[in-house]
Design a protein around this ligand. Structure first.
Ligand code: ZN
Length: 243
Protein backbone atom coordinates (compact mmCIF):
# COMPACT_ATOMS: atom_id res chain seq x y z
CA UNK A 1 0.00 0.00 0.00
CA UNK A 2 1.14 3.48 -0.86
CA UNK A 3 -0.60 5.99 1.40
CA UNK A 4 -0.46 9.79 1.26
CA UNK A 5 -0.56 11.20 4.80
CA UNK A 6 -1.51 14.86 5.06
CA UNK A 7 -2.28 17.22 7.92
CA UNK A 8 -3.20 20.80 8.73
CA UNK A 9 -4.57 21.69 5.29
CA UNK A 10 -6.32 24.67 6.89
CA UNK A 11 -8.61 25.59 4.02
CA UNK A 12 -5.73 25.98 1.57
CA UNK A 13 -7.04 24.32 -1.61
CA UNK A 14 -4.14 25.29 -3.87
CA UNK A 15 -1.64 23.72 -1.48
CA UNK A 16 -3.81 20.58 -1.18
CA UNK A 17 -4.12 20.20 -4.94
CA UNK A 18 -0.37 20.64 -5.39
CA UNK A 19 0.21 17.88 -2.84
CA UNK A 20 -2.32 15.52 -4.42
CA UNK A 21 -0.77 16.09 -7.86
CA UNK A 22 2.71 15.47 -6.45
CA UNK A 23 1.65 12.29 -4.65
CA UNK A 24 0.15 10.83 -7.84
CA UNK A 25 -1.57 7.45 -7.70
CA UNK A 26 -2.00 6.28 -4.10
CA UNK A 27 -4.07 3.54 -2.47
CA UNK A 28 -5.36 5.82 0.29
CA UNK A 29 -5.24 9.36 1.64
CA UNK A 30 -5.16 9.74 5.42
CA UNK A 31 -5.55 13.18 7.00
CA UNK A 32 -4.67 14.19 10.55
CA UNK A 33 -7.08 17.04 11.11
CA UNK A 34 -7.23 20.83 10.96
CA UNK A 35 -8.80 20.53 7.53
CA UNK A 36 -10.23 24.05 7.94
CA UNK A 37 -9.38 27.26 9.80
CA UNK A 38 -7.00 30.08 8.70
CA UNK A 39 -7.42 29.47 4.95
CA UNK A 40 -9.88 30.88 2.42
CA UNK A 41 -11.52 27.74 0.97
CA UNK A 42 -12.85 25.46 3.72
CA UNK A 43 -15.79 24.11 1.68
CA UNK A 44 -13.67 23.33 -1.39
CA UNK A 45 -11.05 21.53 0.70
CA UNK A 46 -13.66 19.35 2.38
CA UNK A 47 -15.32 18.66 -0.98
CA UNK A 48 -11.97 17.56 -2.42
CA UNK A 49 -11.14 15.29 0.52
CA UNK A 50 -14.63 13.78 0.49
CA UNK A 51 -14.43 13.22 -3.28
CA UNK A 52 -11.18 11.26 -3.04
CA UNK A 53 -12.40 9.25 -0.05
CA UNK A 54 -9.82 10.56 2.41
CA UNK A 55 -10.22 9.24 5.94
CA UNK A 56 -8.93 10.99 9.03
CA UNK A 57 -9.41 12.57 12.41
CA UNK A 58 -10.61 15.80 13.99
CA UNK A 59 -8.31 18.70 14.83
CA UNK A 60 -8.92 21.59 17.20
CA UNK A 61 -9.88 23.88 14.28
CA UNK A 62 -12.33 21.29 12.89
CA UNK A 63 -13.98 21.01 16.31
CA UNK A 64 -14.17 24.80 16.63
CA UNK A 65 -15.65 25.12 13.13
CA UNK A 66 -18.51 22.84 14.24
CA UNK A 67 -19.29 25.17 17.14
CA UNK A 68 -16.98 23.66 19.75
CA UNK A 69 -15.65 25.62 22.72
CA UNK A 70 -12.11 25.04 21.41
CA UNK A 71 -12.38 28.54 19.92
CA UNK A 72 -12.00 29.99 23.43
CA UNK A 73 -8.34 28.90 23.40
CA UNK A 74 -7.44 30.46 20.04
CA UNK A 75 -5.18 33.50 19.71
CA UNK A 76 -6.84 36.64 18.25
CA UNK A 77 -5.92 35.97 14.59
CA UNK A 78 -6.91 32.30 14.76
CA UNK A 79 -10.15 33.26 16.49
CA UNK A 80 -10.97 35.91 13.92
CA UNK A 81 -10.34 33.42 11.09
CA UNK A 82 -12.45 30.80 12.88
CA UNK A 83 -15.37 33.19 13.28
CA UNK A 84 -15.16 33.82 9.52
CA UNK A 85 -14.97 30.05 8.87
CA UNK A 86 -18.03 29.38 11.01
CA UNK A 87 -19.99 31.94 9.02
CA UNK A 88 -19.06 30.70 5.56
CA UNK A 89 -18.99 26.90 5.76
CA UNK A 90 -21.88 25.06 4.13
CA UNK A 91 -23.92 22.47 5.99
CA UNK A 92 -22.32 19.46 4.19
CA UNK A 93 -18.90 20.73 5.32
CA UNK A 94 -20.07 21.01 8.91
CA UNK A 95 -21.57 17.51 8.75
CA UNK A 96 -18.37 16.01 7.29
CA UNK A 97 -16.22 17.69 9.95
CA UNK A 98 -18.60 16.69 12.76
CA UNK A 99 -18.31 13.04 11.76
CA UNK A 100 -14.51 12.96 12.19
CA UNK A 101 -13.39 10.81 15.16
CA UNK A 102 -10.69 11.94 17.59
CA UNK A 103 -8.57 8.90 16.80
CA UNK A 104 -8.59 6.16 14.23
CA UNK A 105 -6.62 2.91 13.88
CA UNK A 106 -5.91 1.56 10.43
CA UNK A 107 -3.25 -0.61 8.82
CA UNK A 108 -1.02 -0.74 11.91
CA UNK A 109 -1.12 3.03 12.48
CA UNK A 110 -2.99 5.20 14.98
CA UNK A 111 -4.05 8.53 13.52
CA UNK A 112 -4.49 11.56 15.80
CA UNK A 113 -4.21 15.31 15.40
CA UNK A 114 -2.27 16.17 18.57
CA UNK A 115 -0.95 13.14 20.44
CA UNK A 116 -1.86 9.69 21.70
CA UNK A 117 -2.60 10.99 25.19
CA UNK A 118 -4.38 14.19 24.10
CA UNK A 119 -5.67 13.73 20.52
CA UNK A 120 -6.91 17.29 20.08
CA UNK A 121 -4.54 19.61 21.89
CA UNK A 122 -1.06 18.27 22.79
CA UNK A 123 1.86 19.58 20.71
CA UNK A 124 4.50 16.84 20.41
CA UNK A 125 7.80 18.70 20.15
CA UNK A 126 10.17 16.56 22.25
CA UNK A 127 11.33 12.93 22.24
CA UNK A 128 9.78 12.43 25.70
CA UNK A 129 6.37 13.61 24.50
CA UNK A 130 6.68 11.38 21.43
CA UNK A 131 7.43 8.34 23.61
CA UNK A 132 4.46 9.13 25.87
CA UNK A 133 2.27 9.49 22.81
CA UNK A 134 3.24 6.04 21.54
CA UNK A 135 2.59 4.53 24.98
CA UNK A 136 -1.01 5.74 24.57
CA UNK A 137 -1.36 3.99 21.19
CA UNK A 138 -2.01 0.27 20.62
CA UNK A 139 -0.63 0.06 17.08
CA UNK A 140 3.02 -0.37 16.06
CA UNK A 141 3.25 3.18 14.70
CA UNK A 142 1.54 6.53 15.16
CA UNK A 143 0.79 9.52 12.97
CA UNK A 144 0.17 13.02 14.27
CA UNK A 145 0.05 16.63 13.14
CA UNK A 146 -0.85 19.90 14.94
CA UNK A 147 2.71 21.33 15.22
CA UNK A 148 2.93 22.08 11.46
CA UNK A 149 6.53 20.80 11.64
CA UNK A 150 7.50 17.50 9.95
CA UNK A 151 9.07 15.09 12.41
CA UNK A 152 9.95 11.46 13.05
CA UNK A 153 10.63 9.89 16.44
CA UNK A 154 11.67 6.26 16.91
CA UNK A 155 11.36 4.33 20.16
CA UNK A 156 13.55 1.23 20.65
CA UNK A 157 13.18 -0.46 24.05
CA UNK A 158 12.93 2.60 26.27
CA UNK A 159 15.16 4.85 24.20
CA UNK A 160 13.63 7.49 21.97
CA UNK A 161 15.35 9.63 19.36
CA UNK A 162 14.44 12.12 16.68
CA UNK A 163 15.28 10.88 13.19
CA UNK A 164 14.40 13.76 10.96
CA UNK A 165 13.31 14.57 8.38
CA UNK A 166 16.23 16.46 6.93
CA UNK A 167 15.56 20.19 6.88
CA UNK A 168 15.55 22.17 3.68
CA UNK A 169 15.52 19.19 1.33
CA UNK A 170 12.77 18.28 -1.10
CA UNK A 171 12.65 14.65 -0.01
CA UNK A 172 13.69 12.72 3.08
CA UNK A 173 12.88 9.18 4.25
CA UNK A 174 12.99 6.82 7.23
CA UNK A 175 12.58 3.02 7.41
CA UNK A 176 9.43 1.65 9.04
CA UNK A 177 11.26 -1.25 10.69
CA UNK A 178 13.51 -1.23 13.76
CA UNK A 179 11.21 0.21 16.40
CA UNK A 180 7.97 2.09 16.93
CA UNK A 181 7.65 5.36 15.06
CA UNK A 182 5.68 8.55 15.59
CA UNK A 183 5.57 10.41 12.30
CA UNK A 184 4.34 13.93 11.59
CA UNK A 185 3.84 14.79 7.89
CA UNK A 186 4.14 18.54 8.51
CA UNK A 187 1.50 20.94 7.26
CA UNK A 188 -0.02 21.16 3.80
CA UNK A 189 -1.61 24.57 4.16
CA UNK A 190 0.48 26.48 6.69
CA UNK A 191 4.02 25.10 7.25
CA UNK A 192 5.86 26.48 10.29
CA UNK A 193 9.37 25.08 9.93
CA UNK A 194 10.79 27.92 7.85
CA UNK A 195 10.07 26.22 4.51
CA UNK A 196 6.93 27.71 2.89
CA UNK A 197 6.40 24.72 0.58
CA UNK A 198 3.54 22.34 1.37
CA UNK A 199 4.66 19.23 3.26
CA UNK A 200 3.29 15.69 3.16
CA UNK A 201 4.29 12.10 3.86
CA UNK A 202 4.11 8.94 1.78
CA UNK A 203 3.93 5.69 3.73
CA UNK A 204 4.87 2.75 1.52
CA UNK A 205 4.14 -0.44 3.42
CA UNK A 206 5.61 -2.67 0.68
CA UNK A 207 8.91 -0.78 0.53
CA UNK A 208 8.87 -0.29 4.32
CA UNK A 209 9.52 3.43 4.10
CA UNK A 210 8.01 6.74 5.12
CA UNK A 211 9.14 9.69 3.01
CA UNK A 212 8.43 13.41 3.21
CA UNK A 213 8.09 15.61 0.16
CA UNK A 214 7.88 19.42 -0.09
CA UNK A 215 5.86 20.97 -2.91
CA UNK A 216 5.74 24.57 -4.10
CA UNK A 217 2.31 26.10 -4.74
CA UNK A 218 0.90 29.51 -5.66
CA UNK A 219 1.16 31.30 -2.31
CA UNK A 220 0.48 34.70 -3.92
CA UNK A 221 -2.92 33.48 -5.14
CA UNK A 222 -3.83 32.17 -1.67
CA UNK A 223 -2.68 35.46 -0.14
CA UNK A 224 -4.98 37.34 -2.55
CA UNK A 225 -7.92 35.09 -1.73
CA UNK A 226 -7.35 35.63 2.00
CA UNK A 227 -7.17 39.38 1.48
CA UNK A 228 -10.40 39.33 -0.54
CA UNK A 229 -12.10 37.33 2.21
CA UNK A 230 -10.98 39.84 4.84
CA UNK A 231 -8.99 37.25 6.80
CA UNK A 232 -6.22 38.54 9.13
CA UNK A 233 -3.23 39.91 7.18
CA UNK A 234 -0.69 38.21 9.41
CA UNK A 235 -2.12 34.79 8.58
CA UNK A 236 -1.57 35.44 4.85
CA UNK A 237 1.90 36.93 5.34
CA UNK A 238 3.20 33.97 7.32
CA UNK A 239 2.51 31.66 4.34
CA UNK A 240 5.32 33.37 2.42
CA UNK A 241 7.83 32.57 5.17
CA UNK A 242 6.61 29.17 6.33
CA UNK A 243 6.54 30.39 9.90
ZN1 ZN B 1 -3.18 23.23 12.61
Amino acid sequence: MRIAVISDVHGNLLALDAVLASAGAVDAVWHLGDVVGYGPEPDAVVERLAAIGAIGVRGNHDAAACGGTEIEWFNPDARSAMEWTRQVVAEPTRAWLSALPERRETGGFTLVHGSGRDPIWEYVTTPAAAAASLVAMDTPHGLNGHTHVPAAYRVVDDRVGRLGPDRGTSESAVALGGGRLLLNPGSVGQPRDGDPRASYLIVDTDAGTASWTRVAYDIVAVDSAMRAAGLPRRLAERLHHGL
